[in-house]
Design a binder for this molecule. Structure first.
Ligand code: NAD
Length: 472
């Protein structure tokens, strides 16, 4: 790559170097944190129809300072080694930021999943898993994949089944992959987790009155306008939860086939229905079709959520971005060369390694559930519920008043798995943002949240290395 267009991994390295300068950590330690520890590039044949296709695929383990390593698997034609290395590196920093005790990893299979039938995808997924098993690149204590762009719970179920077949009798086999269907050792809330985490993160960012004042906004999410690029797993749930729980107005959506704008707000469910029926988000009643799908990024709005792929905001279009806040739901949506232009405009960039960490956080909960062989809430739900009922009964007796049945059922509810997962996720996102903001506010030299997030991550990773007795 030429100097004026950095590769994705080089972009991550550049951001790392910018932050490293603020840490005072020794050079050797920084180098050890920065590099990818293991890169596995593979090619394997899969019979598709009457022909064999040679599939190119990767698994990168960026950091072994904590095990297992963790990160999604991407199915896309754009997959290449540089991209998987960059995504694996981001996973290391992401896990540190949200205090998830894993090293970073990522996988990629260079295919267009839309070009294959489910049967063919299953063959490819099972063969990919077999390659990972063969090289000891998967296992509950080794490396634990999850969904990413182009994959979902279906693929994760195939991975587990393949792994469990080879590792018959391994008691913790279910923890070899996360993002599985709930009925197949998954966890409630994982599918929406990344989008829900984006919402909690943005809500926290917007809660600081002084920060909002600087960009001409009121504190709070209510009434803020949002534009989302990519209505897949992350984009859809971010929009859905932001509308329902945050009172946000969704005014623009970009998808593969184009982009739409509707000033008074898009009804998301109606849009999804429209897309199902017509095969496109375009021509949605009451909305305006934009000329190019990328135009959505340039709409005037409070919050822009790129939730498709990397490098969509470049040096070229950065100057035309009008959003006040950009929540990097996708990994690496802002090219490193575009960052300065956006920061100079005063835009708050909420970095990927923080804002989309909800997925890995709930994956961590799923992994813990698999290792404990028990769903969350099983032990305490009824006990808590009985305790609250006794309390309510005592209050009724002492006051001589009766609490209505609806109110009573809310007051006496014991927590289900989904309640615990969402509250653990909320706590994680709120706490991590406070840590990052604290680094940002205390330092007079750090100019952006991404650098602050990196600094926060580097401090934690370096102390992990010290605890290991390496780099004392
Ligand atoms: P997905 O495949 O479910 O959805 C991506 C969507 O983007 C698809 O609907 C696709 O049609 C659309 N899209 C592709 N190119 C587009 C373009 N140029 N303009 C508009 N839309 C376009 O993928 P996902 O899991 O939602 O992942 C999206 C991003 O979020 C990726 O960068 C991924 O690494 C990141 N991410 C995902 C997770 C997760 O839990 N799935 C977690 C963290 C980060």
């Amino acid at each position: 790559m030429s100097n004026n267009h950095l590769s994705f991994f080089a972009s991550v390295e550049r951001n790392f170097d910018k932050a490293a300068a603020h840490t005072g950590l020794p050079k050797g330690l920084l180098e050890q944190i920065k590099v990818c520890n293991a890169v596995y590039q593979m090619r394997f044949p899969v019979k598709i129809g009457n022909e064999y296709q040679v599939i190119e695929a990767y698994r990168v383990q960026h950091s072994h300072h904590r095990l297992p390593t963790k990160g999604g698997i991407r199915y896309a034609t754009s997959v290449n080694q540089d991209e998987v290395m960059a995504l694996a590196a981001l996973m290391t920093y992401k896990c540190a930021i949200v205090d998830v005790p894993f090293g970073g990893a990522k996988g990629g299979v260079k295919i267009n999943p839309r070009a294959y039938t489910p049967f063919q995808l299953e063959k490819i997924t099972r063969r990919y898993t077999t390659e990972l098993i063969r090289k000891n690149f998967i296992g509950p204590g080794i490396d634990v994949p999850a969904p990413d762009y182009g994959t979902g719970s279906r693929e994760m179920a195939w991975i587990l089944d393949t792994y469990a077949t080879f590792k018959h009798g391994e008691i913790d086999a279910a923890g070899c992959v996360t993002g599985k269907p709930v009925q197949q050792n998954g966890i409630q809330g994982r599918t929406a987790a990344t989008g829900r985490g984006v919402f909690y993160g943005l809500r926290e960012v917007c809660s600081f009155k002084d920060d909002m004042k600087k960009i001409g906004l009121e504190a709070g999410m209510e009434g803020k306008t949002m534009v989302v690029q990519g209505l897949g797993n992350v984009g859809y749930h971010t929009a859905d939860i932001s509308i329902r729980e945050g009172g946000v107005k969704l005014i623009g959506v970009a998808e593969y086939e184009g982009a739409i704008y509707k000033k008074d707000g898009i009804d998301l469910e109606a849009l999804v229905k429209h897309r199902k029926e017509t095969g496109s988000i375009l021509d949605f009643p009451g909305a305006k079709n934009l000329k190019n799908r990328e135009d959505a990024l340039e709409l005037e709005c409070d919050i822009l959520v790129p939730a498709a792929l990397e490098n969509v905001i470049t040096k070229e279009n950065a100057k035309r971005i009008k959003a006040k806040i950009i929540g990097e739901a996708a990994n690496g949506p802002i090219a490193a060369e575009a960052e300065d232009t956006l920061l100079k405009k005063g835009i708050i960039i909420v970095p990927d390694m923080y804002i989309n960490a909800g997925g890995v956080t709930v994956s961590y909960f799923e992994w813990l559930k698999n290792l404990s062989h028990m769903r969350f809430g099983r032990m305490e739900k009824r006990f808590n519920s009985n305790t609250y009922e006794n309390l309510v009964g005592t209050v009724e007796r002492l006051t001589g008043k009766v609490i209505g049945p609806k109110e009573k059922s809310i007051l006496t509810k014991g927590a289900d798995e989904i309640d615990l997962v969402n509250s653990g996720l909320e706590e994680t996102m709120v706490e991590a943002y406070r840590q990052i903001r604290d680094v940002f506010v205390r330092s007079r030299k750090i100019e952006d949240l991404r650098t602050a997030a990196f600094v926060s991550a580097l401090r934690k990773i370096s102390s992990d290395y010290q605890n290991l007795g390496i780099f004392p």
